[in-house]
Design a protein around this ligand. Structure first.
Ligand SMILES: *Cc1c(COP(=O)(O)O)cnc(C)c1O
Length: 240
């Protein structure tokens, strides 16, 4: 058994990094939320995080999402999906997460819309389903997300679907040590976010989910409103 990481201490250190990066960017620290990347974490680690004051989680894998949600259902919290989802898992994801942050096709927006119509008809939901659109901001062949060129058209078509609420954008960004490239990918997402907000019906789509353990300061400099942190809080992942 791995030793339990100092989750409360690590969270405090990450909050301090966020506060410093926000101050440097002339932003208010409260405008940046800390989402914990929960993949491969046992429920006890998520509970320790909630006891330390963070109850905002992102899951990559749907089976882990379902298992973790069952284990922490009695705690007030918010969970979104931050990993790529196959179309046939969208419905399960919607039943267990409050938002999907990795939508990158009109086909999947339409599926979510139809499923939410059914959930509303069944009394399981009473509002449009919240999503973020994922953009492959670094044109990385290994990453999902729509291309920057496709984004505005996708957002505009999505905004016409009655049971979809587009809340903003998500990106992984350039996976490199070259800081200039990381800056460029996050700056691109910020610019796309601003353009998207000027489209009809999308002025409220203000979330920019970007920044992880290694690059959250750069993301905050480019307007990130949510950073997704795993390693800095839970330690290196022991993948099963
Ligand atoms: C794992 C993961 C993170 C967190 O990465 P760390 O480097 O461990 O902070 C953030 N976003 C996504 C989509 C992830 O899969």
């Amino acid at each position: 058994m791995a030793e339990m990481p100092d989750i409360a201490g690590n969270i405090a250190r990450v909050q301090e990094r966020i506060a410093q990066a926000a101050a440097k960017a002339g932003r208010a620290g409260e405008d940046i939320k800390l989402m914990l990347a929960a993949k491969y974490q046992p429920a006890e680690n998520l509970i320790a995080a909630m006891e330390a004051g963070v109850n905002y989680f992102g899951h990559n894998l749907i089976p882990q999402l379902v298992e973790a949600e069952a284990a922490i259902s009695t705690y007030p919290h918010f969970t979104s999906v931050i990993g790529h989802i196959q179309s046939n898992k969208l419905s399960t994801a919607m039943d267990h997460a409050q938002r999907i942050d990795t939508v990158d096709s009109l086909k999947n927006l339409q599926r979510i819309n139809r499923r939410q119509e059914a959930r509303i008809a069944a009394g399981e939901a009473d509002a449009p389903y919240p999503v973020l659109l994922q953009v492959n901001s670094a044109a990385a062949p290994t990453q999902f997300g729509c291309s920057p060129q496709e984004l505005l058209e996708l957002a505009s078509r999505g905004s016409e679907l009655p049971q979809i609420e587009i809340c903003g954008l998500m990106t992984i960004g350039a996976n490199t040590e070259v800081e200039k490239e990381i800056h460029a990918s996050f700056a691109l997402l910020q610019e796309l976010g601003a353009q998207m907000q000027s489209l009809p019906g999308l002025s409220g789509a203000k979330i920019l989910s970007m920044g992880m353990t290694s690059d959250l300061e750069i993301a905050i400099a480019h307007g990130s409103t949510e950073v997704r942190v795993g390693t800095a809080v839970f330690g290196p992942r022991a993948q099963k």
